[in-house]
Design a binder for this molecule. Structure first.
Ligand code: GAR
Length: 210
């Protein structure tokens, strides 16, 4: 039986597209957005996928919105929920409901630079290596067991745009890979450290790409 996946997104959806194009052993059973106009929803519709728009601006309470969102997700009986540029903080009750089957991608080498504006902050700190992380979501924002990371060099002439572009290319590699591992049952959580069954090397990608 293939792994049933629900995708949550808020915008452009390039990670979601990379997941679709990777032809993974999964079934994307719904794509849900808190922003009805998200480009990612249009891409999903073009690909014949079930889409749901739940506009968060009509709810004043985060908990009420998240409860409605969780109910909608559960209607699709997912094995895995994938946050692909879902730009809202999730309430603890929501995270608890999906713990262990909730993945996120973040544009930094966590635990460095949680939160927003990661590329700006990386440049401001003068770090020489930056990157992206796929991790299981826990109650602490942008923390949680790390599945895979990709590192890219930071160049002296980088702007936030050139750096973001280099990181995004790696996001498009590692997110499909992480989801494939999950679907294949290869991820083992050893007390908060996620390892890959029988493989000691593949969870880090060191890109030298331009
Ligand atoms: C990606 O860079 C993703 O890592 C980031 O938002 C972007 C979404 O792009 N996510 C976060 O910052 C979550 N904390 P996309 O819509 O093209 O996939």
């Amino acid at each position: 039986m293939s792994c049933r996946v629900v995708v949550l997104l808020s915008g452009r959806g390039s990670n979601f597209q990379a997941i679709v194009e990777a032809a993974l052993p999964i079934e994307i059973v719904a794509v849900i957005s808190n922003r009805p106009q998200a480009a990612g929803l249009a891409f999903a519709r073009e690909h014949g996928l079930k889409t749901v728009a739940l506009d968060h601006t009509v709810h004043t309470e985060r908990e009420a919105f998240d409860a409605q969102l969780a109910d909608e997700i559960e209607r699709h009986q997912p094995d895995l929920v994938v946050l692909a540029g879902y730009m809202r903080i999730l309430s603890p009750a929501f995270i608890k409901r999906f713990e262990g089957r909730l993945l996120n991608i973040h544009p930094s080498l966590l635990p460095m630079f949680p939160g927003l504006k990661t590329h700006e902050r990386a440049l401001a700190e003068g770090v020489k290596i930056h990157g992206c992380t796929v991790h299981f979501v826990t109650a602490q924002l942008d923390h949680g067991p790390i599945v895979i990371q990709a590192a890219v060099p930071v160049r002296a002439d980088d702007t936030t745009i050139t750096l973001a572009t280099r990181v995004l290319a790696q996001e498009h590699q590692i997110y499909p890979q992480a989801i494939r591992w999950f679907a294949e049952g290869k991820l083992v959580n050893n007390g908060g450290c996620v390892n890959l069954k029988g493989d000691l090397t593949s969870q880090s990608v060191l890109s030298t790409g331009a």
